[in-house]
Design a protein around this ligand. Structure first.
Ligand code: FES
Ligand code: ZN
Length: 294
């Protein structure tokens, strides 16, 4: 199997490219995604939601390489044996690259642990984790005045979210699932952008291996318990891309819930107490219907 551009041995099958052309293609795809969806402006200060994993580390590196001013914002969810390792990797990487890093600890922010709330509510930890992580990132991004918050969501993540929102008939959440959310789209949030939506998980894993980033290829230990895990479908790269792009083109007729502010944290919410604060107070019931699907 040889590269379709230079006939060197290929490292990737779809697209069939050698190491040099593959890394170039990944970076070019990110540049094109940013341009096509007008995700970022050159003089912006950008926070990257960083975990020390392959996606966010590659994102930090590529955005920096493309000339953007990036800083890393990390959430320590306090998952023993998992996050401590990836945060060490992140510290190593940001130090090597001279990228500022800020770590926010869930236990300090909410005064309790994800596992504790999940047990009390009889739900999987990833659900609480998704809501809290997102809220803490939004709060930090707003508080620090960043122009945008970039996340490492890739094509596979986006297709899984798409199917989950469809399966749960969450039409307004589905309609808002776009390359840019918050900011322009809805008042009161920092603009959130996803520069990796046209790259698959495999592409980013390979890129991070070829670049020898100091990352461990681990997953959240509770991951396989989640609905998201079951939405991994065996489609090719082009098929997944087609699915996602069709969704972006679709015009959904939805009735948006009026956006108010959470009376506890003050951030925008469709209910009087947002899901993040509801978990923190351990309110009973299904509180995360209108938030992202972790
Ligand atoms: Fe954080 Fe599973 S507990 S993603
Ligand atoms: Zn080549």
């Amino acid at each position: 199997m040889t590269c379709i551009i230079c006939q060197e041995p290929a490292v990737s099958a779809e697209p069939r490219l050698c190491q040099a052309h593959f890394t170039q293609w990944v970076e070019e795809t990110v540049r094109e995604t940013i341009t096509a969806y007008e995700l970022l402006k050159p003089d912006w200060r950008i926070a990257v939601a960083a975990s020390g994993g392959k996606d966010s580390t590659s994102l930090l590196s590529i955005l920096k390489k493309l000339g953007y001013h990036v800083e890393a914002l990390a959430i320590d969810e306090g998952i023993p044996g998992y996050r401590d390792q990836t945060l060490e990797d992140l510290k190593t990487f940001t130090q090597q690259e001279g990228i500022p890093l800020r770590i926010i600890r869930v236990a300090e922010a909410y005064g309790t642990t994800i596992q504790h709330v999940a047990e009390a509510q009889r739900i999987i930890p990833c659900r609480v984790c998704g809501v809290w992580r997102r809220r803490l990132l939004e709060r930090a991004a707003l508080g620090e005045g960043y122009d945008a918050l970039a996340t490492g969501h890739n094509l596979d993540d986006e297709v899984q979210s798409l199917l989950m929102n469809l399966a749960k008939a969450q039409l307004s959440v589905l309609a808002r699932q776009q390359p840019i959310t918050g900011g322009d789209a809805r008042e009161g949030f920092t603009r959130r952008v996803k520069p990796f939506i046209l790259l698959s998980e495999k592409h980013i894993a390979l890129y991070s291996i070829l670049k020898r980033f100091p990352v461990h290829y681990t997953e959240c230990p509770y991951h396989s318990l989640g609905f998201r895990h079951r939405m991994r479908i065996p489609l090719s790269y082009q098929e997944k891309k087609r699915l996602l792009l069709s969704h972006y083109r679709m015009q959904y007729a939805t009735r948006e819930e009026p956006l108010t502010r959470c009376r506890i944290c003050g951030l925008p919410s469709s209910r009087s107490v947002c899901a993040a604060c509801a978990y923190a107070k351990s309110y009973a019931g299904n509180t995360s219907q209108n938030e992202d699907n972790p």
